[in-house]
Design a protein around this ligand. Structure first.
Ligand code: GLV
Length: 333
């Protein structure tokens, strides 16, 4: 009997063929609605593979409900929605989609930075609301980007790709990371500094670190107070890195000049979310990697990750690497 694989959201049929050849494939039929929890638990009960989204909580309850599960493949680079330690204990591989989304996410991060600095969304709304009466010297005047200082918190792949874009704008690049990134220092002229130094000096504080127990609510009341009053805060990683009440207060009290947010502590946010009352907040619905090309590559990589594991090979990208070694599989990639 073929193994069963469940996909938690509608993805294009065209990417599924390699899975359909080796497995019975079930899929939640909606593109814009998440799979209900009871359906997920029921499907997980017979699944050997789960193809998941960042919006699915694959916690201990799901893993416990899935006795046959061999692989959880997230269509994302981040995997904070998955209980990785529990999965490892149960010999379940956790896979993700790094690399294919790096440049696309860096493009969006930089677009958000530029839109926030130059008030692009606000300015577009200005015309649509029929408020443009005349040219005037300071109308919608924003902040320069070129020759300013960008402070990147989290200098991984996407951080580096964002820094690369910053070099084209003659920006000074500061970064803070768990460990030094010599490549970024040598090739991009990035300067490592403490988080405090970065917060004090950066004109743009750009959060690109993963959400972990150490980074949860890293951007706190104190952190926003350390920033310049002219600083713009950008978050293209996970909302959980930000204490949103602290961000609200910082914006209300003019402790920072604005924010560009692609992610929120709880998603989706609604139009009455307190942060959306500020005109100097540019908000996007978690679309960092959302180009057609990249989303297709992510879906294909997720399919390959599952197919490889079910075929007894190493996945293309695995989060719990120790499990690959432990299994000593006939890893081919
Ligand atoms: C999206 O947020 C991702 O982690 O890929």
């Amino acid at each position: 009997m073929k193994p069963y694989v469940y996909i938690t959201r509608k993805v294009p049929e065209s990417v599924l063929q390699p899975l359909q050849e080796i497995a019975e494939v079930g899929m939640w039929p909606h593109e814009d609605q998440p799979v209900p929890r009871d359906v997920l638990l029921k499907e997980a009960a017979r699944a050997e593979g789960l193809f998941t989204m960042v919006s699915d909580q694959i916690d201990a309850e799901v893993l416990n409900a899935a006795p046959k599960l061999k692989v959880v493949a997230n269509m994302a680079v981040g995997y904070d929605n998955i209980a990785v330690a529990e999965a490892t204990e149960k010999d379940i591989m956790v896979c993700n989609t790094p690399d294919v989304l790096t440049d696309t996410t860096a493009d969006l991060t930089f677009a958000l930075l530029m839109a926030s600095a130059r008030r692009v969304v606000e300015a577009s709304g200005y015309i649509r609301d029929n408020r443009w009466i005349n040219w005037s010297p300071l109308l919608l005047a924003g902040h320069d980007i070129h020759h300013k200082t960008i402070g990147i918190v989290g200098m991984g792949r996407i951080g580096q790709a964002t820094a690369k874009r910053a070099t084209g704008f003659d920006m000074k690049i500061l970064y803070h990371n768990r460990s030094r990134n010599e490549k970024a220092e040598q090739e991009l002229g990035a300067t490592y500094c403490s988080l405090d130094e970065l917060l004090e000096q950066a004109d743009f504080v750009v959060c690109l670190a993963p959400l972990t127990s150490e980074t949860k609510a890293l951007f706190s009341t104190e952190a926003f107070k350390e920033m310049k009053s002219s600083a713009i805060f950008i978050n293209a990683s996970r909302g959980g890195l930000v204490d949103e009440d602290a961000l609200y207060d910082a914006l209300k009290d003019g402790e920072i000049a604005g924010a560009g947010l692609d992610v929120f502590a709880s998603e989706p946010i609604k139009a009455d979310h307190p942060l959306l009352q500020f005109e100097n907040v540019t908000a996007l619905p978690h679309i960092g990697s959302a180009s057609l090309e990249t989303r297709m590559k992510m879906a294909e990589m997720t399919v390959t990750n599952i197919a490889n594991v079910l075929n007894g090979h190493a996945p293309v990208a695995v989060v719990n690497e120790d499990l690959v070694e432990k299994k000593g599989s006939n890893a081919s990639s």
